[in-house]
Design a protein around this ligand. Structure first.
Ligand code: NZQ
Ligand code: ZN
Length: 386
């Protein structure tokens, strides 16, 4: 049965070639803009120049905040908060991938917060009780869904923890520019990691519950679209139709729509984030490396859904036993992962056997999936993923 819910996603999206032209109108209410970006890709592909020209033409005071690293850290978060406070910033403009968008949101809820944001939001999971600075995004890398959600993942290397807080609608971007051509310069390895990330977001919301839920039909359509378009994009990364479909599907994969009224899993992400805390590896790859051992482990507890996944997403013929059909779905998933070239083991990401216990300790155990894992099962899955 579809559970009760309140759905409120306030992010305004501008999609398509040339969509950046809408930035000028969005900037109107603001005076001082903190221009947030990563390690320099936006300077190479021209997006930085295009954005700064609009900021200049609109007469905005611009405060630079570059160098946001993939998997943004607590140290960088504190730095961003200091910049915003010092310059009395009134808009945080994130130009980059999920890391840059996530970081902007983490700064937005921390500028007027009197406590340590890591302790408050990431260790105690409290909600903001202060003013939240508005965030705008210009997305350059597809996968996380950060452009239209309240998620902000931060890594604390000293504590060996990578934790996501999903903030409410107040902290979601006020607007996001989605121009698929801005993603053409993303390296192939990052592109496929992003595609797998988006696909796994759908899996996390799909592999949970036993009821016939509209979200699951939407999820299947999004997964099929990602598979079809990814096969085109790996051959021609400048195929506009494929890249735009992937961008749009990834946004819908994690803007909370397909989680409404149903339970969700998220254990692959908990495993992946713990791996990330130990290795700083690319997020999508941490997910792909643990997915197959995890899904094969929980399949016996959710055979009906894995069978549906096989038939509806991968076109497996519904012939033979349920378990057999369900397993064919995971085999098809594995074949697609090979086509993409995503990591299928943790060793490739720098995990060594001596890290397993620590990674297991850093893995949060969720209870929305088909099997609530024990710590021993987490260790077993991590070992199988090596
Ligand atoms: O730093 P720059 O130089 O910009 O390079 C980045 C980075 O090296 C590069 N890149 C981005 N756009 C590019 C480009 N290179 C060339 N051309 C472009 N157009 O790609 C690399 C990865 O970027 P990053 O932003 O780190 O990737 P992604 O979008 O995958 O974001 C990962 C972060 O998002 C979190 C992850 O945990 C991780 O910290 N997530 C956020 C979520 C959310 N908000 O809901 C959910 C996800 O599950 C995820 O956990
Ligand atoms: Zn993810």
């Amino acid at each position: 049965m579809l559970g009760n819910f309140t759905f409120h996603n306030p992010t305004k999206l501008y999609f398509g070639k040339g969509a950046l032209a809408n930035l000028a109108a969005e900037l109107k209410p603001y005076h001082t803009v903190q221009l947030i970006y990563g390690g320099g890709s936006v300077k190479k592909n021209g997006v930085y120049d295009a954005v700064t020209k609009i900021l200049k033409d609109c007469g905005k005071t611009v405060v630079e905040d570059g160098g946001v690293m993939p998997n943004p850290t607590t140290e960088k978060l504190y730095e961003g908060v200091d910049i915003a406070r010092k310059h009395h910033v009134d808009l945080l403009l994130a130009v980059g991938g999920g890391s840059v968008c996530d970081y902007a949101k983490a700064v937005s809820v921390s500028v007027f917060c009197n406590e340590d944001p890591w302790d408050k939001y990431y260790l105690r999971f409290e909600e903001p009780d202060c003013k939240i600075l508005p965030v705008g995004c210009v997305l350059t890398m597809v996968g996380t869904g950060s452009e239209m959600n309240g998620g902000a993942v931060i890594t604390n290397h000293a504590q060996k923890l990578k934790i996501g807080h999903v903030f409410g609608s107040e902290a979601m971007p006020k607007f996001t520019v989605l121009d698929p051509t801005f993603t053409y310069s993303v390296p192939m390895r990052q592109m496929v990691a992003g595609i797998y990330d988006a696909f796994n977001h759908i899996c996390e919301q799909y592999f949970s519950g036993t009821d016939d839920n509209v979200s699951d039909y939407l999820a299947e359509a999004l997964m099929r679209s990602l598979v079809v378009n990814s096969r085109v994009a790996v051959k021609d990364h400048t195929d506009y139709e494929a890249r735009s479909n992937i961008m749009w599907a990834a946004t819908w994969a994690l803007n909370t729509l397909i989680a409404q009224g149903k339970t969700t899993d998220w254990e692959v992400h908990m495993l992946g984030q713990a791996v990330g805390a130990y290795t700083d590896a690319t997020h999508g790859m941490t997910l792909s490396a643990v997915s197959l051992p995890y899904y094969r482990h929980i399949l016996p507890y959710g055979v009906a859904k894995f069978k549906r996944f096989a038939v509806e997403v991968w076109g497996v013929k519904p012939e033979g036993g349920d378990r057999e059909i369900a397993e064919k779905g995971l085999a098809a998933l594995e074949k697609w992962m090979d086509e993409l070239g995503v990591a299928k083991n943790l060793t490739a990401l720098g995990v060594t056997p001596d890290m397993i216990e620590g990674i297991a300790d850093a893995t949060l155990i969720k209870n929305g999936g088909y099997k609530t894992l024990t710590r021993a099962e987490i260790v077993e899955i991590l070992k199988e993923s090596l």
